[in-house]
Design a protein around this ligand. Structure first.
Ligand SMILES: [Zn+2]
Length: 486
């Protein structure tokens, strides 16, 4: 890990990438037109489009996915009522992976080998698919395969739905402008955000020359130095990281003049948004996506997240799986992705607690908006070796433990200022102890590299505590949740 602001080089394009870039541009153009028409359409036409897409997806799943054919055997053939179909979980889909996917060339074992190899990040799988992984908070790692059509739809939704604000470049201008972009993310693994950016850079060499990817695993001062040297006009990261960077900017160590910032991957609170926007003096764009569907909702200038309901169906549910009406927070939400065919995601239990808002938004957008609750862990504040506080991102801690030890179900609890207790979930006491000790060692190395002073790091034999309602695991818990940034 370099000290002068480590960043990941973006790959050079080859002629195949160029061809794929052209192919994607055609697809993107067609999708942009479809989205544009849907934006102009009246409510009845939009509903009809969505119903047609739902029916097509259901038919496709029953015909081309062995898993769904069996899962839906009790639903009458030709039924187009989505709610008549039984939901699915990630554990279920991953257990039947080879039968779930609609392309028999996709095999879980081979894909697992692919995502273990960091040198293959963003490589087109079988020449056309994008593949990414996610551990998620349920502890079952997922592998997601996106077909070229889905990727074009995500790109077109990004282009058409986001308001980039008066001072920010429109996305189609970005390639022509001397815009410098920085993605500050968990790198080194096949995570959706990184795969997406690296892929865009391979397809569009101009973009590659304007983009640098920075790892969240490096110490904050090294990251600040790297960003100061690169001087990005556009920074994309997680809200917890943007909050840390806003503090660095306010205190004068970070000296950027970005035109806009992009926040994703975790929930952005109103307080965070205000602090980040004030700190940098520019708008914060937000989206709501998941590994299962990159573009679920898009942020508007009034701080609401409007659903891409032409390509996504969200059904909020309570603890017993019954529908929850708009205005009330749900226990979980069922996601249906109408864009991706190769790996159909239909009534998939996403685990997020959401509240649907159908009231009119001052931005004029007629699509309903969604509020997402509790989609993030805590930032830990520990004493540094030099006496100054060191702030650690939950995503960085999670990445270190997952990537270096393969442990996904764990919980790190701060019990005193420089005291941490780690709980690991694994089958059998022996395995739990071996995994736990490896995770403690990886964590100790990471804390030292971040400049944290002596830490009392204990392994606790108790299993991680899961939220009794959502079944979700909060993997990093601070001493007490830090007060909002302002
Ligand atoms: Zn709005």
């Amino acid at each position: 890990m370099g000290s002068g602001g480590e960043h990941e080089p973006t790959r050079a394009a080859n002629p195949w990438d160029w061809w794929r870039g052209t192919d994607e541009l055609w697809r993107w153009g067609a999708c942009v037109r479809e989205i544009w028409l849907d934006d102009l359409a009246d409510d009845a036409t939009r509903r009809a489009t969505r119903e047609r897409r739902v029916a097509e997806l259901l038919r496709h799943a029953r015909e081309d996915s062995k898993f769904y054919r069996s899962h839906y055997r009790k639903v009458p053939a030709g039924c187009t009522d989505l709610q008549a179909y039984p939901p699915v979980t990630r554990a279920q889909l991953m257990a039947h992976f080879d039968d779930w996917v609609a392309d028999p060339q996709l095999r879980r074992r081979e894909l697992e080998a692919f995502v273990r190899d960091p040198s293959r990040i963003a490589e087109p799988y079988l020449g056309k698919y994008s593949v990414w992984t996610s551990s998620g908070t349920t502890g079952v790692p997922g592998i997601y395969v996106q077909d070229p059509e889905a990727l074009a739809i995500y790109a077109a939704l990004l282009t058409m739905r986001f308001e980039f604000g008066p001072t920010a470049p429109e996305p189609w201008q970005v390639a022509a402008m001397p815009a410098r972009m920085a993605l500050v993310a968990a790198t080194g693994g096949h995570f959706a955000g990184v795969v997406w950016w690296q892929r865009q850079c391979r397809l569009h060499p101009v973009l590659a020359s304007q983009t640098q990817v920075f790892s969240i695993l490096q110490p904050l001062d090294a990251l600040v130095a790297g960003l100061n040297a690169w001087q990005p006009t556009f920074v994309a990261s997680y809200p917890t990281m943007l909050s840390l960077l806003a503090r660095e900017q306010c205190e004068g160590r970070l000296k950027l003049r970005p035109r806009s910032l992009w926040s994703g991957g975790e929930a952005l609170t109103a307080a965070d948004r205000a602090a980040i926007a004030d700190g940098f003096g520019c708008p914060v764009l937000e989206d709501y996506g998941a590994s299962e569907c990159m573009q679920i909702a898009f942020g508007c200038r009034h701080g609401r997240l409007h659903l891409n309901d032409d390509w996504v169906v969200l059904e909020p549910i309570d603890e017993s799986g019954r529908p929850v009406p708009p205005g009330r927070p749900s226990a979980s939400v069922l996601l249906t992705n109408l864009a991706n065919r190769v790996q159909p995601v239909i009534r998939y239990d996403l685990g997020d607690s959401v509240t649907i808002d159908r009231s009119p938004c001052p931005c004029g957008q007629r699509r309903p908006s969604v509020q997402v609750q509790g989609r993030r862990d805590d930032v830990l504040v520990l004493d540094g070796a030099a006496g100054t506080p060191v702030r650690l991102l939950p995503l960085a801690i999670e990445t270190v433990i997952e990537e270096e030890t393969g442990v996904h179900r764990f919980q790190l609890i701060q019990t005193a200022r420089n005291a941490l207790c780690l709980r690991v979930d694994a089958p059998g006491a022996r395995r739990r102890s071996v995994d736990g000790r490896r995770a403690v060692r990886a964590l100790a190395r990471f804390l030292k590299a971040q400049g944290v002073g002596p830490v009392d790091l204990k392994l606790d034999d108790c299993p991680p505590e899961v939220n009794p309602v959502s079944g979700k695991l909060r993997r990093v818990r601070a001493l007490r949740s830090p007060a909002p940034a302002r």
